[in-house]
Design a protein around this ligand. Structure first.
Ligand code: S5P
Length: 264
């Protein structure tokens, strides 16, 4: 796709979706295409890591339902950090139910995800109603949605016709769907549009985690496969790691790869 050669700024300038535009502008301003997946179970630890990686990331990815001591103050503090350090927040909720149910899960309950998460994601397995349901809650709040078109884990069933149908669904909802979780670029040049591809399963040091996760390097993801955002979790805050050092290392690797791609 021609979007491969375009800078984030060039793409932002013509992007019709406000959430995508804001995010693309943020990436260029911050010189970061790094998203950190902070998969920890305590509020203190989550806030500590968010504060340390804040200066280096464009997007903080959460799994809010794994936090033992979740409360509204956690959300308030995350929002404050996102303002202070200029990053957006992505709740990796992976909704997967009928439209009416996901609407309730997104807008209500303890977490009230739509009230604080700029971006969330969903599986396409239930069919298009899942997007319509989430959209009813998210669109009035200027939120953005990512569809899981592929997964990084071994044996994933999201391949072939499933992936293609997911991309087709996204094309019909470009007012709300801003991109994909995928392992490679998804949009074909002749079809127009611009979807932001966010790719998890990224490590500079290891190949897997023993539970099916499969890792590639930022260069493989961004230059060879055309991913826009690298999502890194344990590579940054895993045991014995200096969080700031690793965040800077992955930010640099991701940004170098982006520069190499647009200069090619
Ligand atoms: O296919 C996927 C999709 C996602 S969103 N594979 C993934 O690993 N993820 C998420 O990315 C996963 O839920 C986790 O939060 C993060 C990867 O973490 P890491 O520690 O393996 O880098």
């Amino acid at each position: 796709s021609s979007n491969l050669r375009k800078t984030y700024t060039e793409r932002a300038a013509v992007h019709p979706n406000p959430c995508a535009r804001t995010f693309l502008e943020l990436m260029e301003r911050k010189r970061s295409n790094l998203s950190v997946a902070v998969d920890v179970t305590s509020k203190t630890e989550l806030l500590e890591i968010a504060g340390k990686v804040g200066p280096y990331i464009c997007l903080l990815k959460t799994h809010i339902d794994i936090v033992n001591d979740f409360d509204q103050d956690l959300v308030d503090q995350l929002k404050a950090l996102s303002k202070k350090h200029d990053f957006m927040i992505f709740e990796d909720r992976k909704f997967a139910d009928i439209g009416n149910t996901v609407k309730l899960q997104y807008g209500f309950g303890i977490y009230r995800i739509a009230s604080w998460a700029d971006i969330t994601n969903c599986h396409s397995v239930p069919g298009e109603g899942i997007i319509s349901g989430l959209k009813e809650i998210g669109l009035p709040l200027n939120r953005g949605l990512l569809l899981l078109a592929e997964m990084s884990s071994a044996g994933s069933l999201a391949t072939g016709a499933y992936t293609a149908a997911t991309v087709a669904m996204a094309r019909r909802h470009q007012d709300f769907v801003i991109g994909f979780i995928a392992m490679r670029r998804m949009d074909a040049e002749d079809e127009g549009g611009d979807f932001i591809v966010m790719t998890p399963g990224v490590s500079l040091d290891v190949a897997g985690d023993g539970l099916g996760q499969q890792y590639r390097t930022p260069r493989e993801v961004v230059v060879e496969s055309g991913g826009d955002v690298v999502i890194v979790g344990r590579g940054i805050y895993g045991k014995g790691k200096n969080v700031e050092e690793q965040a800077k290392r992955y930010r640099d690797a991701g940004w170098e790869a982006y520069l190499e791609r647009v200069r090619r």
